[in-house]
Design a binder for this molecule. Structure first.
Ligand code: SF4
Ligand code: SF4
Length: 406
C-alpha cells in the first residue's frame, strides 16, 4: 500500500511534547479541586504516564499513534502519488462516521496522536464529526491532518471549531508544498493551488492557540533542485513559521527515477539541516528548547533525519521496528496495516465489530509483529522511525543527553 508523499503522512506526528505555539490554551481558569480530588487526579496522571512509558519501552502491546486514511478521493493528481485513482476499489469503501465513532472507543488508553490523511481529508464533509469522535472518545493529545490546502474555508471552519470545542487538545494541519507557485500548481495539476494553500495555512494558524499550521515539503525527483529557493520563498516571502521535511520513497504506483536518487538525498540533507538551524535560532517554531521535553523531541527529530538520510541510498537494518505494536495504519475501508509500506494486513475492522483492540490482539497481528522482528524489517518510513527511536533502548542515551542539555 501507501506512502509518505506530498499530501500524506508527515514525519513527526509524534507529539509526546507540544510544539511551542501549539501549547493548549485553557478556556478559563482551571476548576479548583479539593486536596483529596487533586491528589487523586495527580495519581491518575502519574499512573497514566508510567503506563505509557512501560508500554513504549517494555510491553509494546498498545498503539500510541495511528495513521487513519479517511478517504482516497482527491481533487489533485500529483505525478508522484501512490494512489491508483482508476482502481474501482478506491470508491464506495470509506468507513462511515458512525463506524469511525465506534472504532475510536476501542483504541486503548495510550493512544496520543492520530494522523488523518488521504486522499484529501477535507473532501469529507463529515470531517468535523470524525475529528470530534477522535477527541471525545480517546485520550489523544493531538489530531494531525495532512492536506493539499485546496479548501481554505473548510480548513478555517474546522480549526475554529476545534479551538472552541476542544481547547485542551491540539490540532496540527500540515499542508503539502512541492515547489514555487507555478511549479507546485503544475506538479499537482491544480491551477492556483499554491496560493490557496498559503491562505489555508494562515487561516489555520490564526484560528486558535491550540491550532498549529505546518508546511510539509516532500523532496522528490520533481523538486530537488529547487528546494533551497522554495524554502527561502516560504519563510521569507510567505511568512511560514513551521516546516517539516520528508523524502519521497517507492510506493504503490510510484517509483523513484533511479538517476535522481542522489540529488534527492542531497536536497533532503540540505533541507533538514536548514530546518534544524532555523528551529534553534527561532526563525521557525518548534518544540521549545527551554523545556526538557522540547529538547528531547528536537533531538529525536534530528536523529530521525540522520538515520533516514544515512539509509536512503543503501537501505539496511539499524534497529527493531515497532509497527503493529506501537503504531499502525487504518486504511480507508477499515483494513488495519502495520505501517504504510508493508503489505501484511492485520485484519479488517468491519470483520471485528469495529474493535481495534481485537484486531491489535489478534493472531495475525502477533504473527506480523514477530515477522517484522525476525526478518529485521527495515525502511525509510519516517513515522515508524519516530517511534522506533522513542521505543528502543539504544537511542535512550542520546535522548537523555539532549534532555539534560548536552
Ligand atoms: S494526488 Fe492528492 S492524495 Fe495524491 S499526493 Fe497529490 S494531493 Fe496527495
Ligand atoms: S521497517 Fe517497519 S515501517 Fe518499515 S516496512 Fe518494516 S514494518 Fe513497515
Amino acid at each position: 500500500m501507501v506512502e509518505p508523499r506530498p499530501g500524506s503522512t508527515p514525519p513527526t506526528p509524534v507529539t509526546i511534547a507540544a510544539p511551542r505555539r501549539a501549547v493548549a490554551a485553557p478556556a478559563g481558569p482551571p476548576a479548583r479541586l479539593g486536596p483529596v480530588a487533586a491528589a487523586a487526579q495527580t495519581a491518575r496522571t502519574l499512573a497514566g504516564e508510567v503506563g505509557l512509558a512501560v508500554n513504549l519501552q517494555v510491553t509494546r502491546r498498545l498503539p500510541v499513534s495511528l495513521v487513519h486514511f479517511v478517504t482516497r478521493r482527491c481533487n489533485a493528481r500529483c505525478s508522484f502519488c501512490f494512489i491508483d485513482f482508476d482502481h474501482p476499489a478506491q470508491r464506495h469503501t470509506e468507513l462511515t462516521v458512525e463506524e469511525i465513532d465506534r472504532l475510536t472507543r476501542t483504541v486503548g488508553p495510550h493512544l496520543r496522536n492520530v494522523n488523518l490523511t488521504g486522499g484529501e481529508p477535507f473532501l469529507r464533509r463529515d470531517l468535523d464529526r470524525i475529528v470530534d469522535s477522535w477527541y471525545r472518545n480517546t485520550a489523544i493529545e493531538s489530531v494531525y491532518i495532512t492536506s493539499n490546502g485546496a479548501f481554505p474555508d473548510q480548513v478555517e471552519d474546522l480549526a475554529r471549531r476545534v479551538a472552541a470545542d476542544h481547547p485542551d487538545r491540539r490540532l496540527i494541519v500540515s499542508f503539502s508544498i512541492d515547489g514555487l507557485p507555478a511549479d507546485h500548481d503544475r506538479i499537482r495539476r491544480v491551477s492556483g493551488l499554491f496560493d490557496k494553500t498559503m491562505d489555508s495555512y494562515h487561516r489555520a494558524r490564526a484560528a486558535g492557540a491550540n491550532v498549529t499550521a505546518n508546511i510539509g515539503i516532500t523532496v522528490s525527483h520533481e523538486n530537488h533542485s529547487a528546494v533551497p529557493e522554495l524554502y527561502r520563498h516560504l519563510v521569507e516571502e510567505r511568512g511560514i513559521r513551521a516546516v517539516t521535511a520528508i523524502v519521497v520513497r517507492d510506493e504503490g504506483v510510484y517509483a523513484i527515477p533511479e538517476d535522481h536518487r542522489r540529488e534527492i538525498l542531497a536536497a533532503y540533507r540540505w533541507l533538514t539541516e536548514r530546518i534544524g538551524v532555523d528551529l534553534r535560532s527561532g526563525v521557525l517554531e518548534g518544540y521549545d528548547p527551554a523545556t526538557l521535553q522540547g529538547r528531547l523531541m528536537n533531538r529525536k527529530n534530528e536523529m530521525l533525519w540522520r538515520i533516514v538520510a544515512d539509509t536512503y541510498l543503501e537501505p539496511r537494518y539499524v534497529s527493531p521496528c515497532h509497527a503493529a505494536r506501537l503504531f499502525g495504519v487504518i486504511d480507508v475501508d477499515g483494513t488495519v496495516h502495520p505501517c504504510e509500506v508493508l503489505d501484511r494486513p492485520l485484519g479488517n475492522l468491519r470483520d471485528h465489530d469495529m474493535d481495534l483492540g481485537r484486531v491489535w490482539a489478534s493472531a495475525a497481528a502477533d504473527e506480523t509483529a514477530h515477522w517484522i522482528r525476525d526478518t529485521r524489517c527495515h525502511c525509510s518510513y519516517e513515522c515508524a522511525w519516530g517511534f522506533n527511536i522513542l521505543g528502543n533502548a539504544r537511542y535512550q542515551p542520546e535522548l537523555l543527553r539532549a534532555a539534560i542539555g548536552r
